[in-house]
Design a protein around this ligand. Structure first.
Ligand code: IMP
Ligand code: MG
Length: 208
């Protein structure tokens, strides 16, 4: 390797990390406060994964991931579970780009996963009104699984419009709108490595 190419690579590296840093600062201004940073999320995932691995050993585990919000969570959690498992994804939304649930749950991926006689674990990012998970549980039930359990990274402390009692919960949070680590507001902020509360003004501006 010549000195010139080494120098060029070094300059590129500085430019890339400077622009990534600038992006983080830019987006961080929209977040009121960080609730869980990356190490805190990963520590909790270690605990949940250990619990799931114990509970599902010797069982036919089928994971049903609810896209897109659970993407980071699913990827990080499943790599901590050393069991043979099958992974299916469904895509559903009840928000339609707003910060309030509309109550109507629209499935974008309508195929019901083939989970007959299997032990299903539904993974979602956040439990809010309960509309989404209740609808997904009903859809999965149609495939006649042996059993269905639900795991959510976040659960909001609030009254539910539909009853859903998750079997595994990463963190309980107050009834605030959060973004990052897969969670979005109008498709933004999913790539933040932490979970934080979005500034209220941004939610208010968008509902005007
Ligand atoms: P539910 O149907 O009201 O329980 O809402 C569940 C879905 O709404 C989640 O899977 C998220 O996609 C979205 N959601 C609910 N609360 C939040 C939030 O605070 N931030 C980002 N997305 C949210
Ligand atoms: Mg979601």
């Amino acid at each position: 390797m010549t000195n010139t190419s080494e120098y060029t690579r070094c300059v590129y590296r500085i430019l890339i990390s400077a622009s990534a840093g600038a992006l983080v600062i830019l987006v961080k201004g929209d977040v009121e406060r960080v609730l869980f940073d990356e190490p805190a999320i990963h520590r909790r995932l270690d605990e949940i994964a250990a619990q799931i691995s114990r509970d599902y050993r010797d069982r036919e585990l089928s994971v049903v991931a609810v896209l897109h919000g659970s993407l980071m969570f699913v990827a990080d959690l499943l790599r901590r579970i050393p069991l043979p498992l099958k992974l299916d994804c469904v895509s559903a939304a009840s928000y339609h780009g707003k910060s309030q649930s509309s109550g109507e749950v629209v499935f974008k991926e309508v195929t019901v996963p083939d989970v007959a006689d299997r032990d299903v674990l539904i993974l979602d990012d956040i439990l809010d009104t309960g509309h989404t998970l209740a609808a997904i549980r009903e859809t999965v039930q149609r495939a006649k699984p042996r059993n269905i359990q639900v795991c959510v990274l976040l659960s909001k402390k609030r009254e539910r419009a539909r009853e859903v009692y998750p079997d595994y919960v990463g963190f309980e949070i107050e009834d605030e709108f959060v973004v990052g680590y897969g969670l979005d507001f109008r498709e933004r902020y999913r790539n933040l490595p932490y979970i934080g509360v979005l500034r209220k003004e941004l939610l208010e501006q968008s509902s005007e």
